[in-house]
Design a protein around this ligand. Structure first.
Ligand code: NAD
Length: 169
């Protein structure tokens, strides 16, 4: 059975990692969609699709994941057509894992089986909180897998966020 999980992964954090670890126990193959792939270099979406591919691929190595596909997906500004858009871009799948209400609703309306995922330490394991810490020069590394922190450091990601915000670096 092949499953599908989508996120923006700005950045990929321990919450995503725990969800994916669990999903991988249940499916033979997993398609991971990188949503809002067209976005980068903003405070909400600092990292490019390519950088997010790196973060996820490195983290998956650590999970000893079986067959996984990481596919960037640009947004389309018409929710009623989004599921068809996704299906046209990724390998076929028969089950969707999500905790995002809009994603759940759209896939259910399209007749797909959707399983709700659990949240892990949502207060800290959250993109908004991690980006806030990066911006304010606080500790953020413990909220993401070590390999993801290495990717972010390798691209000088914190400096990017602070420069975009107009903060002194
Ligand atoms: P996200 O990275 O915030 O979250 C991804 C998934 O991880 C979600 O299911 C979320 O609930 C889960 N998660 C987050 N923190 C967690 C934690 N601590 N513990 C456990 N799980 C946690 O990404 P998102 O915003 O949900 O991604 C949805 C993507 O789909 C977006 O890019 C959005 O633009 C796209 N989308 C596009 C359209 C369109 O183009 N019309 C429509 C619907 C969705």
């Amino acid at each position: 059975m092949r499953g599908f999980f989508i996120g923006r992964f700005q950045p990929y954090h321990h919450g995503h990692h725990e969800v994916i670890r669990k999903i991988l126990d249940e499916v033979d193959e997993l398609v991971i969609g990188i949503g809002s792939a067209q976005e980068s270099h903003t405070l909400e979406n600092p990292f490019t699709a390519g950088e997010r591919i790196l973060m996820i691929s490195r983290a998956l190595e650590e999970l000893n994941a079986g067959r996984t596909y990481v596919v960037p997906l640009e947004d389309i500004y018409r929710n009623s057509l989004w599921v068809s858009h996704v299906c046209s871009m990724v390998p076929p799948f028969s089950i969707v894992y999500s905790n995002n209400p809009l994603v759940i609703r759209l896939f259910k309306e399209a007749g797909l089986k959707v399983v709700s995922t659990k949240l892990y330490r949502r207060v800290e394991y959250q993109g908004t909180e991690i980006r806030r810490r990066m911006l304010n020069g606080e500790e953020w590394e413990s909220l993401v897998p070590e390999v993801v922190a290495e990717v972010i450091k390798g691209i000088d990601g914190v400096r990017r966020i602070r420069e975009i915000a107009g903060k002194d670096v």
